[in-house]
Write a protein that binds this ligand. Sequence first.
Ligand SMILES: Nc1ncnc2c1ncn2[C@@H]1O[C@H](COP(=O)(O)OP(=O)(O)OP(=O)(O)O)[C@@H](O)[C@H]1O
Length: 236
Amino acid sequence: MLTVDTVQVCYGKSPAVQDVSLRVAPGETVLLLGRNGAGKSTLLKSIMGVEPPCSGRIIFQDRPITGSSPCKIARQGICYIPEDRQVFSNLLVLENLEMGMLAHKNRLDRRESLERVFSYFPRLKERLGQQAGSLSGGEQQMLAIARGLVSKPQLMLVDEPTEGLMPILVDEVAGILRRLREEGVAILLVEQNYPMAMSLGEDLSVYFMEKGRILKHGNIKEFLAGFDDPDHWMKM
Ligand SMILES: Nc1ncnc2c1ncn2[C@@H]1O[C@H](COP(=O)(O)OP(=O)(O)OP(=O)(O)O)[C@@H](O)[C@H]1O
C-alpha cells in the first residue's frame, strides 16, 4: 500500500532522513522506533508532503505521491496526526471535525463519518459545542485522532499519540489503534512507549531509526527480546 524508497529529507543542507526505505501493507500496523532526533517525525511529514523529500520515491496505492501537496495526499486517503495535537483551539469540537471532512461530497457521507467517529470517541459527542482549546490534553489528543479518522483514511500516520497521557488514556489510545487495525486501516505509528506498541500485536513490524537511517527492521517481539533493558536502550 505504501512504499518509501530510498528517501532523503533535508533541512537546509543537513539531511534529517537518509536512504530510508520501508513498506506498509494494506491493513498493517507498522511501528517506527528511535531515540529523540532520529528523524521519525520528519519521515512522517515527508510522506504527508509537509516536508517533501529531496530524493527518493514515495508510492501510495501504486501512485507516486513524492512531492505532492498535503491536500492532494490527504484526498488520496492518507491522514497525518502530528505529535503536538494541533487542534484548532479557537474552533468548536464540531468545527474541528468538519475540517477533517472537507473532501466529503454529501451530507450522508459526513453523517456516517461522524457516527463512526462517535462510536470510537463517545466523549467527544458530548462536547461538540465546546471550544477545542478548552478540552483537557487527553481530550485534545482524542480530537486530533478523531479529526484524522473522519476523513475516512486508508492509511494513518500517527506521531507519538500517547506522549504525556496518563496510563488510563494510553490504554484508551491503544484500544482505538487496535480497533482501527481490526477494521483494516493501515497505520504507520511513531511510538516510544513500546509496551503499548506490543499490546497492538506481537507480530508488529518495526523499523528502528537512528541518525536519519533505518538501522534495523524486524518483528517487535524478536526485536525487543534482543535487549536486556529496552528502556535503557531507548534512552541511550
Ligand atoms: N523544521 C526543522 N528545521 C531544521 N531542523 C529540523 C526541523 N525539524 C526537525 N529538525 C531536525 O531534524 C532531525 C530529526 O528530527 P525529528 O523531529 O524528525 O526527529 P524525531 O525522531 O521525530 O525526534 P522526537 O522523538 O524528538 O520527536 C533533528 O536533528 C531535528 O533537530
